[in-house]
Design a binder for this molecule. Structure first.
Ligand SMILES: CC(C)(COP(=O)(O)OP(=O)(O)OC[C@H]1O[C@@H](n2cnc3c(N)ncnc32)[C@H](O)[C@@H]1OP(=O)(O)O)[C@@H](O)C(=O)NCCC(=O)NCCS
Length: 213
């Protein structure tokens, strides 16, 4: 991600994460798994924010679940089994961030057809023969989730899996997102896509999408 982004990740849930009362109220009746992922992701977020000089503050889910960051900050949160992370940046450096983590395994049967375009599926076939160790279907899904998390704070509306055409690059851990629906105007130009990075390691797939200012 651009140098202005700070991030923090954890691979287990510390027992002693302190939540703000507003945060605590949101997960008071949630199952243990949700409480733990919510709390650890907040610990990650506060650690990343501290490195930007931002004091601890509640990070509450806002419109359609998008996290509410302190003024002047953009960011994104992800959690999956064995992994929690947050990435943040000053909005004057980075307009939006989306991060996503997934277990590095094949998508369940039937999911790929629902989350991909025909052209994307054609390219996956080529990627699978070039680099068979990567679950490219899961990586595509992960890239789409990160895309939605970056899109939503800018557009404030839904983006379907069929609304973005993603080209994954096997050699350099990058991908390009081509938006197939009109995007919001950002800094005077319509948003037409994003650049992303991916990594597959230690049983996880991680994707990150940013839009530099
Ligand atoms: C919202 C969504 C992207 C979350 O992804 P996920 O893999 O299920 O879950 P993750 O653990 O990685 O991420 C959860 C975090 O996403 C963030 N999030 C939720 N809704 C969000 C939104 N509308 N915008 C930005 N971030 C959002 C939250 O911070 C949440 O964590 P929190 O509740 O602890 O604050 C997913 O559930 C979803 O709705 N996807 C459908 C839309 C989509 O992906 N379209 C593809 C476009 S190409």
């Amino acid at each position: 991600m651009p140098a202005a982004v700070t991030s923090a990740e954890m691979f287990a849930d510390p027992p002693d994460v302190e939540l703000f009362p507003e945060e605590e109220a949101l997960v008071a009746r949630s199952v243990g798994k949700r409480r733990r992922e919510f709390a650890t992701a907040r610990a990650c977020a506060r650690s990343a924010l501290a490195r930007l000089g931002v004091p601890p503050a509640p990070i509450l889910p806002g419109e359609r679940g998008a996290p509410g960051w302190p003024p002047g900050i953009v960011g994104s949160i992800t959690h999956c089994a064995g992994y929690r992370a947050a990435a943040v940046a000053p909005v004057h450096d980075v307009r939006t961030i989306g991060v996503d983590a997934e277990p590095h395994g094949a998508l369940p049967d039937g999911v790929l057809g629902a989350i991909s375009l025909p052209g994307e599926r054609d390219r996956l076939a080529g990627l699978a023969s070039a680099a068979p160790g990567i679950h490219w279907d899961r990586l595509l899904f992960c890239a789409k989730e990160a895309t939605y998390k970056a899109w939503f704070p800018l557009a404030r509306r839904w983006l379907g899996f069929e609304d973005a055409d993603i080209t994954l690059s096997p050699g350099d851990g990058t991908f390009l997102v081509n938006l197939l629906v009109p995007g919001p105007v950002i800094d005077g130009s319509p948003l037409t896509g994003f650049a992303g990075r991916w990594m597959a390691r230690d049983g996880l797939i991680l994707t990150a999408v940013t839009l530099p200012a």
